[in-house]
Every structure is written in structure tokens, then in C-alpha cells.
Design a binder for this molecule. Structure first.
Ligand code: MN
Length: 245
């Protein structure tokens, strides 16, 4: 077990896909503060784009502002709550944006530790020793039904209810993000992604694409290309973050 602080490198890409008229996903990161965010917006008119962009910006700004003052976990959770407040308040103020919301998945890294925050059905995975593992639980109706044993994961993929998410940023006055803490090993590769990737590719396919190597930029492009080749029915956004000794 090493206690040497790890270094992190990242690459990100967002693509409209092949069917949607616009891209309502948003992403951002600060290598300096070790925070990486993907949001998938929803809502009529410009709502989806506004919600996802506001949430990414507030998550990054809020974490950078609080990170030095409170512990990492507290700062990340408070920043996610602040992002909710910003989106919710904007939706209340402007009728055209009423009802907008967004998913949020964030990775925070510091030395040998990582925190994953999640609201909605965007995901975080980790590739470790060639094996892909999903670190987040979707806040979706079908995911709840799978966990209760009412439907199988295969049925969930085909369900007409698969778009129904049970938690979102900005649609309610209060949110509770899931927050998981992990130890990071050198070589660990984290993937943050919107559902546009997951709908088109199985976990096994994503695992193979990530194992193929190349730079992070090449690998993130490979994921987006594969999702588009498989149909590209939704916006596709991916961030890859890798730990180095
Ligand atoms: Mn989506």
C-alpha cells in the first residue's frame, strides 16, 4: 500500500449524437481542485441546456470556494446543494425555464482518495486491473424496480419507463446527493458519463473499449464514436480521469 500522493490526468468530450437537435449535456472540470462533473439536462425550450450548464458551473465554483475551508466530502455535498439552489431558483424566476432540471455526477480526487457524488442517472465507473465496475446507483424508476427484484436488468434496458428519474438537480427545493468515498490505486481509470453512452453500449463493450489503451483523448473519442455507431440516439458525454503514481 502506497501513501505517495497520486497525480491525475483527464480528457473529456461531449457530442450531440445523431438524433437530437441540440446538446443538453454539459461537463466541466478543474484539475487544480481535483473536481470533475457531468450533467444531463432536461426540460422544455432552453431549459435542459440552462440547467446542466448552471449546475456544472456552480458545482465547480462552489467546490473551489469551499474546498479549502471544510472537508472534501462536506465541500462537495454543499456545492451540489448549492447547484440545486441555483437551478431551482432560476426555474422559479423564469416561466420559460419552469420545470427544468439536470442529473449530476461528480468525481472529486485528493491524494489517494476519491469521492463520487450522484443525483439522477448519469454514472461513474472505475476500470481497475482491466475490470469495469459501476460506482454509482441510478436514481431511476427502473433501477429501483431491478433492486426490488421486480424486473431484470435486461428488462430495464427495454422498459418504456427507463427515462423516469427519481432524483434530479433543480426540480425540487432540497436534494440529497449520494456520496461514496473510495481509495484510489495508481492506474485507476474513472469514467463519468451521461446515459447517452450507457443506452448504446453495454458495460462489457465499454470495458473492452477502455482496455484497448491509447491516450485518454483517444479513448474518450473511441467511446463517443462507438455510441454514435450504435445509434447515437441521445447526447453523449464522457470524462476520463486516470490516477498515476
Ligand atoms: Mn441523456
Amino acid at each position: 500500500m502506497t501513501h505517495t500522493a497520486l497525480h491525475f490526468a483527464a480528457a473529456a468530450l461531449s457530442d450531440r449524437g445523431r438524433k437530437r437537435a441540440k446538446n443538453e449535456d454539459a461537463f466541466g472540470y478543474s484539475a487544480e481542485h481535483g473536481v470533475y462533473v457531468v450533467c444531463d439536462g432536461m426540460g422544455g425550450a432552453a431549459g435542459g441546456e440552462v440547467a446542466s450548464t448552471l449546475a456544472v458551473d456552480e458545482m465547480l465554483r462552489g467546490f473551489a470556494e469551499r474546498g479549502a475551508l471544510s472537508g472534501v466530502r462536506r465541500a462537495a455535498e454543499d456545492a451540489a446543494v448549492a447547484a440545486n439552489n441555483v437551478v431551482f431558483t432560476r426555474a422559479q424566476r423564469y416561466p420559460a425555464l419552469s420545470g427544468m432540471g439536470t442529473t449530476l455526477v461528480a468525481l472529486v480526487v485528493k491524494q489517494n482518495a476519491a469521492w463520487v457524488l450522484n443525483v439522477g442517472d448519469s454514472r461513474c465507473y472505475r476500470l481497475r486491473c482491466g475490470r469495469l465496475e459501476q460506482l454509482t446507483h441510478d436514481h431511476s424508476l427502473v433501477d429501483e424496480q431491478v433492486r426490488m427484484g421486480r424486473i431484470t436488468p435486461e428488462e430495464a434496458l427495454r422498459s418504456p419507463l427507463r427515462n423516469v428519474i427519481t432524483r434530479a438537480v433543480g426540480t425540487q427545493e432540497a436534494i440529497t446527493p449520494d456520496c461514496f468515498e473510495f481509495q484510489v490505486d495508481p492506474g485507476d481509470l474513472f469514467l463519468l458519463c451521461s446515459d447517452g453512452l450507457i443506452r448504446e453500449l453495454t458495460d462489457a463493450e465499454i470495458e473492452v473499449l477502455l482496455q484497448e489503451g491509447g491516450s485518454l483523448e483517444e479513448r474518450v473519442q473511441r467511446l463517443v464514436n462507438a455510441a454514435n455507431a450504435a445509434g447515437g440516439r441521445d447526447n453523449i458525454t464522457c470524462i476520463l480521469v486516470q490516477a498515476f503514481a
